[in-house]
Design a protein around this ligand. Structure first.
Ligand code: NAP
Length: 340
């Protein structure tokens, strides 16, 4: 029987795209959702329906991954886990209860629950490049997915801002997971994927407004091509959503050997200052009619090396221009405008 994969985060940008990749590769997939309504949003999505997965795709409702025993039903008979479902810093979120705790406690709970299930072979955790570098990156120092930064000590009980909580959460989760593996030597292997900012089509967005405003990291890109100024800089590192989905499935399938790394970067260094040049080049008519207008997207300079991932997986990451064009095209489609 084909492997059963558990995926978390399929109700979000990266997880949904990874789910499509799994289904297109004929896996049986169980996905977690925090509510029945969120599960239905995935199951009724037209791109999923076109794939007609039938019994190959089943939801399991897990309202809170941090609760003891909450994942028992989800992990039964599973061989591989893609753990993508963790929060990004959405304005208004509480830094402790909506960013730190779900990521730190939820991931720890997943790992310790997995110890009870001998069928599990490999767990792939989606972290971020921000987990590999200090809060303010030093662009003269190149970091990789294996780079680690000390966790805050003692663990914080509050944060000055949401973004700081996000970065320190990713740093701490990576360290805690490394320590879990060293302590328990589990029967399954664990790998981390560290993506840069993720841009590309999000098939979960059904309207132009959702593409612009409710679209994880794509919101920043959309803001900057529809005349909005971002008041803070973004790390200058990116990955195309389609490449990231491939990375997830390929890393999941890798046989762990002593030589095989357990951390995989998915990031190309970029500078957002040329972003609107890409839009002007590809969509001159829509710039002329005012559909697209430049906004400020400052770059936080950094230096990241993901060449090991490219060498192991055997493909080159796509250029930033591809992602800008894909996001802009999906927006035009939903507006009912010609993207030629
Ligand atoms: N987007 C990027 O640029 C980027 C870059 C690097 C790393 N990442 C990481 O990739 C992961 C997914 O990001 P994304 O861009 O796909 O974000 P997203 O579109 O906001 O999706 C987040 C996913 O995580 C789930 N989630 C959020 N809070 C949760 C909680 N408290 N308990 C359980 N599940 C929760 C969401 O479920 P609900 O639908 O129920 O909210 C959703 O399925 C995150 O770990 C993020 O840090 C993202």
């Amino acid at each position: 029987m084909p492997s059963l994969i558990l995926i978390t985060g399929a109700t979000g940008l990266i997880g949904f795209r990874a789910l499509l990749e799994l289904l297109r590769n004929n896996y049986n997939v169980r996905f977690t959702a925090r509510s029945e309504a969120k599960a239905q949003k995935v199951l009724t999505n037209s791109v999923i329906q076109d794939l007609a997965p039938g019994e190959r795709l089943t939801p399991v409702i897990v309202p809170d991954m941090t609760v003891d025993g909450a994942l028992d039903a989800a992990l039964k008979d599973v061989e591989y886990i893609l753990h993508i479902g963790n929060p990004v810093p959405v304005p208004g979120f509480d830094p402790i209860t909506q960013v730190w705790e779900p990521t730190i406690k939820g991931t720890a709970n997943l790992l310790s629950t997995a110890l009870k299930f001998p069928t599990i072979k490999r767990i792939v955790i989606t972290s971020s490049i921000v987990g590999n570098m200090p809060l303010l990156p030093d662009p003269t120092k190149t970091v990789t997915a294996a780079s680690r930064v000390p966790s805050p000590s003692p663990y914080p009980t509050s944060f000055p801002d949401l973004f700081q909580s996000y970065v320190l959460t990713k740093i701490t989760e990576a360290n805690e997971t490394d320590a879990f593996v060293a302590k328990h030597n589990p029967h399954f292997s664990v790998a981390h994927i560290m993506p840069g900012y993720v841009f590309g089509r999000n098939e979960l967005c059904l309207t132009a407004e959702e593409i612009r405003d409710e679209n994880s990291s794509n919101r920043y890109l959309m803001g900057s091509i529809t005349g909005k100024d971002l008041p803070f800089p973004l790390h200058g590192g990116y990955v195309h959503i389609d490449d990231l989905a491939k990375v997830h499935v390929q890393v999941m399938c890798l046989e762990p050997t002593p030589q095989m790394p357990s951390n995989f970067g998915a990031c190309t260094d970029i500078d957002y200052s040329n972003l609107f040049d890409i839009v002007e080049k590809n969509f001159p008519q829509q710039v002329a009619d005012g559909t697209f207008a430049p906004g400020k997207l400052p770059t936080l300079p950094m230096s990241y090396d993901s060449s090991e991932t490219e060498a192991i997986l055997g493909f080159k990451f796509r250029p930033f221009e591809d992602a800008v064009v894909d996001v802009a095209k999906q927006y035009l489609e939903k507006l009912g405008k010609d993207s030629a």
